[in-house]
Design a protein around this ligand. Structure first.
Ligand SMILES: Cc1cc2nc3c(=O)[nH]c(=O)nc-3n(C[C@H](O)[C@H](O)[C@H](O)COP(=O)(O)OP(=O)(O)OC[C@H]3O[C@@H](n4cnc5c(N)ncnc54)[C@H](O)[C@@H]3O)c2cc1C
Length: 479
């Protein structure tokens, strides 16, 4: 990183809700400084880079500046280094501890959509794009699985299968329709098994199961995965600054240099001039990119861990993951880890404007925790009657932020009109099933390759037209 003069910031956009629709007021915020800890955070407190460079002044310049140390930020750094960029040319800024965002507080599921989202995506993006979206998720799981094996990443990856368990006839009908539509569009369903009635109940152990679909998926310890990636890139020279939020990005005005970095990124510990700025800021993206205020929006989600009760332990333990579904938006995700616990996730209803998802003052919602605990106790065939022992059952609850977009797909690519700024965000609660292709895809674009080289669905690409088209759209989650 060559030191050089940094000119004053000009036209720094200060966060304001001016011009933003009433329903999205308050969306633009930095991450809260002292978020609650997830199960994953609690079990990785000795990560040596957790508070890396937390008191240091930032360097005055860098070639590549990545904002955000979650999976999208760390895998973008990995992919840049993999493409030949020297690690020493890359700085990662993280507002809080390393991997303190959604990547360290999700449900750990890498659960590709096998067909369910097809009909909903097709309504928004057309059948061809919808097929590509679903195919891309399958590819992500295969790539993640291969990556973890190749590099022997100690992230407790459990490569297994998952069930979509339909708990009502209505939802079974919805799934069937999507399955048939995906198949008719040429979608590959060879890897999907279907069960009905008693067979669905016996295979899933879920009492209310009407039908179930099963396909390959996995679960992991997502904080260990993110921390491993950070360690790997830091070992290759990448610089990480934690507790160092980027507070503004503005045009760099060069006076006399030949090779001019294009953007000044302001932080509380100095300003960095960067040629390339990559926004991997999840639902906080619009703090620095106000044009996204109504597009990449924060929604709060809650996760829980439960220690296995006797009737689901030992040889009776389930090794599959599952989504137990009453409807598209009313569902529980369960996965059982070797370590002996279940993780259950229940998404909050759409709450535009709720941006403080991991706020220590609102650590979790009691009603949702109680609902999840009840579901854990009652839904499984064998989990109902036995008296609990001390240490079994509810263990830990926490929340985090999910970045939603009105067209349900991520925002990847060059930020229009801001040459040298790029974005990889807006994963709609599917980051684990999307980042593994989106981050390397973005790096191809940064290195000058065309969109076709990314292999990503075209509808993922950032464009002003996309923002404009979806300006007045309601959120349509395709979970
Ligand atoms: C409770 C919960 C359960 C989930 N379950 C699943 C699941 O089972 N499967 C799945 O696929 N997905 C799941 N998700 C979604 C998944 O976690 C995300 O899609 C994914 O982690 C997004 O990764 P990211 O790197 O984009 O964001 P993050 O991991 O949030 O990283 C963004 C980082 O940027 C930092 N940051 C933001 N603004 C700034 C700034 N201005 N300056 C510096 N740093 C900044 C943040 O502090 C944060 O660390 C879940 C999410 C939650 C909250």
């Amino acid at each position: 990183m060559a030191p050089h003069a940094v000119t004053d910031d000009e036209g720094v956009p200060e966060p304001s809700t001016n011009g933003v629709e009433e329903r999205y007021k308050g969306h633009r915020s930095l991450p809260v400084p002292e978020p609650c800890l997830s199960y994953w955070h609690r079990t990785t407190r000795a990560f040596p880079y957790l508070n890396e460079n937390s008191d240091e002044e930032v360097p005055t310049s860098t070639k590549y500046l990545i904002i955000g140390s979650g999976l999208s930020g760390s895998f973008t750094a990995w992919s840049l280094v993999d493409s030949g960029v020297p690690g020493s040319d890359i700085v990662i800024l993280e507002a809080r501890e390393a991997v303190s965002g959604a990547s360290g507080r999700n449900a750990g599921h890498c659960r590709p959509d096998a067909f369910r989202g097809f009909s909903a995506y097709a309504k928004v993006h057309g059948a061809e794009q919808a097929k590509k979206i679903v195919e891309n998720e399958k590819l992500v799981f295969e790539k993640l699985d291969a990556f973890v094996r190749e590099h022997e990443v100690p992230c407790d990856l459990n490569s297994t299968t998952t069930f979509d368990v339909c708990l009502t006839p209505e939802f079974a009908a919805y799934e069937k329709e999507s399955f048939e539509a995906y198949k008719a569009a040429g979608g590959d369903v060879f890897h999907v098994n279907f069960y009905e009635g008693d067979e669905a109940r016996s295979r899933t152990k879920v009492k209310e199961a009407v039908a179930a679909y099963e396909w390959p998926a996995g679960s992991s310890h997502p904080a260990k995965l993110g921390q491993w990636l950070l360690t790997a890139v830091i070992t290759k020279g990448v610089h990480l600054w934690t507790h160092c939020p980027a507070t503004a990005v503005s045009k760099h005005l060069s006076r006399d240099m030949v090779e001019t970095p294009r953007w000044n990124v302001r932080t509380p510990r100095g300003t960095i001039a960067a040629e390339t700025v990559v926004h991997c800021t999840n639902a906080y993206a619009s703090y620095l990119l106000p044009q996204l205020s109504t597009f990449v929006t924060p929604n709060r989600a809650q996760a829980h861990t439960f220690i296995r009760i006797a009737s689901l332990s030992g040889a009776k333990a389930l090794d599959k993951t599952m989504s137990l579904r009453y409807s598209l938006r009313h569902f529980f995700s369960f996965m059982q880890r070797q370590g002996g616990w279940y993780c259950s996730l229940w998404h909050f209803a759409q709450q535009p404007g709720v941006e403080r998802g991991d706020d220590p003052k609102h650590i979790y919602n009691h009603e949702i925790a109680a609902t999840a605990a009840k579901a854990f106790q009652s839904l499984f065939v064998e989990a109902e009657s036995k008296q609990r022992r001390h240490g079994e059952g509810a263990d830990h609850y926490w929340t985090g932020i999910i970045a939603m977009t009105p067209d349900s797909v991520p925002m990847i690519g060059a930020v229009d009109g801001m040459d040298g700024q790029w974005i990889c965000a807006g994963f709609n609660g599917h980051g684990m099933a999307r980042i593994w292709t989106c981050a390397p895809g973005l790096v191809k674009l940064i290195k000058g390759e065309p969109w076709s080289a990314t292999g990503l669905p075209e509808c993922f690409e950032y464009s002003k037209e996309r923002l404009e088209k979806n300006k007045n759209q309601e959120l349509k989650s395709v979970w």
